[in-house]
Structures are given as C-alpha cells and as structure tokens.
Design a protein around this ligand. Structure first.
Ligand code: SF4
Length: 325
C-alpha cells in the first residue's frame, strides 16, 4: 500500500468534528418542544462527521418550550427579541454564549446551521422592520461564530440539498481537516509547500486568481515568516474554495491532468479521454466519469504528483458526490 493510499484509508476511517444546530439531529430543543431532524445530515453525513451539537437558545436559559424570538430592526441595529415583547432583548446573551464556545469550536472543521433561525440562521433570516420582514438577516449566534472562525466552512441544512453547494461544503470540510492535521503535526515550510502542492488542482477548479496568487505566497515561505504566511495562506485558500467549482474550471483541470499522460496515450486513448472531458463539460456525464478514466490510465502510468493530489480523491468515494456534478 502506498503512503497516499494509507493516508486515504486513515482519512476515511476517522470522523471529522463538525458543529451542528442540535435540533437538526432530532433533539427536541426548538421553541415548540419539537425538533427539525434532517435525515440526510444525520444518517448520511453522520457516517463521516462526528457531530458536536449545540443549541444557543437553550444555552442562554430560554427553556423548552419557550416564547419564540425574532430579529427586529431597532434604531438602525438588528436585535434579537421576544415576539411578544420587544424589550426582552437576547442579542448580547446570544453573542456571549457564542464567544463562550470558542474552546471546543476551535477543533471543528465545519458547522451545519438551521436555516431561518434568528439564532442559528446563516443568511436570509427574516428581520422585522415595521410590518414587513426583509430577508437579509443573520442569526446572532451564527454571525458571532462566523466572525470568530472566518475560515470555518459553514452551511445550512436546506442548502445542503443542492448538489453543488453540498459538494462545495464537504470539499472545504475535508481541506480544513487536513490543514488541522498539518497544524497538529507541527507546521514547517516543507509541510506548507507539500500541502499546497496536493491542493493546487482543487484550488484551480475553484478560483484561478487564487491559484495564481497562492503559489508565489507559498514559494516565499521561510522559517522567519512561516506563521504569518501560513495564516494568510489558509485564509485565502478557504475563501477561494467558497467559490463554486464550475464545469468549465473542472474541464480545464482535467485537461491539465491529461497532459501528464500525453507521452503514454495513443491517439485513440487521447480521443477517448478528450471526449469524456467534453461530455462532462456538456453536462452529459458526471465528474466521476473522466476522473475514473484518468485514474485508470494513471494506474498503468503512475505519476507521483497526480497520485498525491487530493483533486483525484477529495473526500471518501462512498459519498458519491462526484456522481452528482
Ligand atoms: S436555537 Fe438553533 S439549535 Fe436551538 S432550536 Fe433554534 S435553530 Fe435549533
């Protein structure tokens, strides 16, 4: 078994710590004493993620059941208040409880939040301004969490129903998980260079500008500037990966990878490979089709750079995410 295969087996065997709104796991913590269990999150993602559940409203002592709360625009600020009494303001308590969770949240590689919640909603939460709610709010707990951990992949359970958003979130969770492993091992210049080399093709599929910028950044790393360079690197990498990988950019990456085989493939093989990429670009086949064909050729003609690249196996194959895009 090669080192890369051993790593893959280890990665697939260990669950990744991911925070989650408690109600999504079936805990009866909602204001009405009910839950909002999400079967895909619990059953499917639960096979790969070790969930750390937290309910901010219960944490601040609102009780179960409780009067609901909502976001309200008051004096040009957004406050989180009781639906029956605007003077019962929980904004600061929700911020404080988010800040009090930093110790355990530091080890997380992702967070799944309950959509539309005035505490947990990541975006488009209703903000009541006069009679008409507008949909541009962020839950108070969620906003504080995201401010405290700007590199943390965060997503809502509703958006995970979209195959592209789902793949993007899971991709980022696995990248951050590998970064955390690198930090645990002890960051070195060599470790940073290797990490970047192995994620270059993933980055290329998301954002060419970041791909062009991060190479020189990593090349300039030395012992004296390592800490600063690493923090800048992971910040820019995680921000770039938020951009969705498009079919066009994937096709470019696939063609780039095909280039490593050019001396080994005959004309028919090259045509077959190019056609698989073209079919993917035309949305006639999923990404797994050209990737499988490439893997087939690289088994016959191994290449260290491609073998070690996480692009070819960004997350466990059993997640079947490349079958959807
Ligand atoms: S505060 Fe968050 S975790 Fe608690 S019930 Fe509301 S959405 Fe769920």
């Amino acid at each position: 078994m090669t080192e890369a295969t051993t790593e893959l087996v280890q990665e697939e065997a260990s669950k990744i710590p991911v925070g989650i709104s408690s109600c999504l796991l079936g805990e009866k913590v909602r204001f009405d004493g009910q839950h909002q269990r999400d079967a895909f999150v619990e059953k499917t993602l639960g096979q790969f993620f070790e969930f750390r559940a937290f309910c901010p409203e219960v944490a601040i002592g609102l009780g179960i059941p409780r009067r609901p709360i909502r976001l309200v625009a008051i004096d040009a600020a957004v406050r989180c208040v009781s639906t029956v009494d605007d003077t019962l303001d929980y904004t600061q308590e929700l911020r404080d409880t988010a800040n009090e969770q930093i110790a355990w949240q530091q080890s997380l590689c992702g967070y799944i939040l309950k959509k539309s919640s005035p505490s947990c909603g990541m975006e488009r939460v209703k903000v009541y301004d006069g009679d008409r709610p507008r949909r541009d709010g962020v839950g108070i707990y969620a906003a504080t969490l995201m401010a405290n951990f700007p590199n943390l992949p965060v997503e809502e359970e509703g958006r995970l129903g979209d195959p592209v958003l789902r793949e993007n979130f899971i991709q980022r969770v696995y990248v951050l998980s590998r970064w955390r492993a690198l930090e645990r091992e002890g960051l070195t210049v060599r470790g940073l260079v290797t990490f970047h080399a192995r994620h270059k093709l993933i980055l290329m599929s998301h954002c060419l500008n970041a791909y062009r910028a991060l190479g020189p950044l990593v090349a300039g790393a030395n012992r004296a500037n390592l800490e600063d360079t690493a923090q800048r690197y992971i910040g820019e990498l995680m921000a770039a990966l938020k951009q969705r990988a498009t079919r066009g950019r994937h096709a470019n990456v696939l063609q780039h990878i095909q280039g490593y085989l050019k001396q080994y493939l005959d004309a028919d093989d090259k045509a077959e490979m190019s056609e698989a990429i073209a079919q993917y670009l035309r949305a006639q086949v999923p990404l797994i089709v050209p990737i499988t064909l490439l893997n087939h050729y690289f088994r016959k003609h191994p290449n260290d750079y491609i073998r070690d690249s996480w692009y070819m196996r960004p997350y466990p194959a059993t997640m079947s995410l490349q079958n959807d895009i």
